[in-house]
Write a protein of this length. Sequence first.
Length: 181
Amino acid sequence: MIYAMKGEDNLFVQDEIVEKLYAYAKKLILNHTFSEQFDCIVLIPSKHSITKRLGEIIHNVFNIPIKENFLRKNSVSQAILYVKSNTLISPSDKQSLLGALGTLQKCNEGLSIKNIKSNLRQYVPIFIGYNVAIPIDVKHILLVDDISSSGATFGHAASLVRKYCPTVEKISALTLFSPLK
């Protein structure tokens, strides 16, 4: 479904079906009792509007401010430099990562972790901090993304929140799609 919503892999879905999905997501959010309050929503960057729409639903229901553009996707060339210089990555893992990143660079695609083996995603810096000023009174942040498969995206985002916002005490995550385990 997520690939159809993004128009990837030659998959498409009717707009009315997508709207029904968002209406259902809103209904779930309205009927869910959160045990804690969130002070701020941070959206995971995407070229698609799915994450933004999900964040707006949460904002409209709970009146939680959205921090726009806190994160920016890293460039493939910067990720390659990072992987090359990281002495903690084994030579075989480094070779695999550099091959996947090299393919992205040759295709002139942006940095995407879906082409990288899930056990190696932890080594690829997906984001850079961009617009990192968060008010000092923000203690609990909600990260929002469209899909989570390995947790690497949320992990990288959380590490940047911790780096740039040391007053944040808790980071939670919400996604529209994730695998069942």
